[in-house]
Ligand binder design. Structure first.
Ligand code: ASP
Length: 311
């Protein structure tokens, strides 16, 4: 058995392995691991403590997928609930739907008995407020439209350290069952209602136990347009090895004509339990842990330089 995660998944990866050791499913493992990241107040990209949107509200997105049945559940733009990954799981299990957003997702969460909570921490609020100053948001002339001012924030958000982050988990048990999950507070200062790739099945999250799984962090708009997580799995299905599959999916992003080009990270796992991860940031890492390890290991991702083929 093995669990692969983005580096910020370290706080939950042991719990995820423990769940499977005790006989839990990969879905149980992914949910348990991600819940711990969602509750980590030091992580400003996921769950409680996440950075808010342009209007100062924390808006969470998450998705979960069962690689055996290809069942999936997702929620987007959820306010006031700490564990969107668990709401996504309930969508998958209780409803004949895959994806709920905004007030509908919040109503469903209440019906399922999830406790509402305040997601905005003082520290996240302070980082958010500072962003307006650092990006010169206020110095734009009055006559400049609001959306144009927002572009200043968007430009600052090109820096992954400042505005991006998400958690990815992929779990495989000893019987070949696989599941994957993703949770995020999304692009900081995003326009209210904006959804990234994390809750979009095929974009930020996809697995099929017959081939493998993949999940993304980074600028979700790119992963949506290139269906990046699904591409990795399709390349595996076409017979490529895990390294080549991930590199090909990264290279596909080069075809996007995109003003903010760049900022993409993938974690992947093939059906044999071979982990891999890719990034256009040479310093990016990921973590994984197998059933016979006492501690997770952190490894560099395969660096894939992205050069747009068209401008
Ligand atoms: N992919 C996430 C999104 O676009 C954010 C991130 O991973 O940085 O919402």
């Amino acid at each position: 058995m093995i669990v692969v995660a983005s580096a910020n998944g370290r706080v939950g990866i042991k719990a995820a392995i423990e769940v499977m050791k005790k006989g839990g499913s990969p879905i149980d493992a992914v949910e348990a691991g991600i819940r711990l990241v969602e509750s980590n107040l030091e992580d400003h990209s996921v769950g409680k403590g996440g950075l808010p949107n342009l209007a100062g509200e924390v808006e969470l997105d998450a998705s979960i997928m069962d690689g055996d049945t290809l069942a999936a559940g997702a929620v987007g733009a959820v306010h006031g609930f700490e564990h969107p990954i668990s709401i996504a799981r309930r969508v998958m299990e209780e409803l004949p739907h895959v994806f709920l957003v905004g007030p509908g997702a919040e109503r469903f969460a209440k019906e399922m008995g999830f406790e509402p909570t305040d997601l905005l921490t003082p520290e996240a609020k302070e980082i958010w407020a500072r962003g307006f100053v650092d990006s010169d948001f206020y110095s734009a002339p009055e006559r400049v439209r609001y959306l144009e001012r927002m572009r200043k924030l968007a430009a600052m958000a090109k820096d992954p350290e400042k505005a991006h982050g998400t958690v990815n988990f992929i779990a495989l048990d000893d019987h070949g069952h696989m599941a994957c999950g993703v949770s995020t507070s999304g692009w900081a200062w995003k326009y209210p209602g904006r959804l990234g790739d994390s809750p979009v099945i095929g974009a930020g999250n996809y697995c099929d136990s017959r081939y493998g799984g993949a999940a993304c962090t980074g600028r979700g708009e790119m992963a949506i347009r290139a269906a990046t997580a699904h591409s990795v799995v399709m390349y595996l299905k076409a017979g490529l090895g895990i390294q080549e599959a991930g590199i090909r999916a990264m290279n596909d992003l080069e075809d996007l004509v995109d003003e903010y080009f760049g900022g993409m990270n993938i974690v992947a796992l093939d059906r044999h339990g071979e982990p891999a991860a890719f990034s256009d940031n040479p310093n990016a890492t990921f973590v994984y842990m197998t059933g016979d390890m006492d501690e997770p290991v952190e490894k560099p991702r395969t660096y894939v330089e992205l050069k747009p083929t068209r401008r």
